[in-house]
Design a protein around this ligand. Structure first.
Ligand code: FES
Length: 142
């Protein structure tokens, strides 16, 4: 069963976090000036549970799970392959088609490996799906 959409942020705080929300004052100020960007429509999910969008250099996959939408990086942290949208989705768990690493798309947590997925802040207004401007792309020299 998938956790609630808002998750338990405190429970995740001790894990490696690829998100932009590092919790510093500068981060909070930067986030407050960002805008939400229209990236998709709920109608785009009539025949699929996952769609990919490029946004400011970020390759993002939006998953529909029931009536909820979740946005995470499409790039698998194992070998940095942009393939998670092509993975098998079982509930809220997506399994990378390359080597089988699995991730909870609601929390970003890895199920059977280490690390976690970068999550993107998303909201739905009517049938419009909007993502908070993610800022510059990630440095993937990890
Ligand atoms: S690239 Fe995803 S598990 Fe290897």
């Amino acid at each position: 069963m998938c956790p609630p959409a808002d998750g338990d942020a405190d429970a995740l705080s001790d894990e490696r976090d690829w998100s932009d929300a590092a919790g510093t004052r500068e981060d909070a100020e930067a986030e407050s000036t960002r805008e939400y960007i229209h990236v998709a429509s709920t109608r785009d999910f009539a025949k699929t549970a996952a769609i990919v969008r490029e946004l400011r250099g970020h390759e993002i996959v939006i998953f529909r799970i029931g009536d909820a939408y979740h946005a995470v990086t499409n790039v698998c942290p194992h070998q940095h392959s942009p393939v998670l949208a092509e993975g098998m989705l079982d509930g809220c768990i997506v399994t990378c088609p390359m080597h089988g690493w699995s991730f909870d798309v609601v929390t970003g947590r890895t199920v059977n490996a280490s690390g976690r997925l970068k999550q993107y802040t998303l909201r739905v207004e009517g049938d419009a799906i909007l993502i908070l401007d993610p800022g510059p792309p990630l440095d993937l020299a990890w």
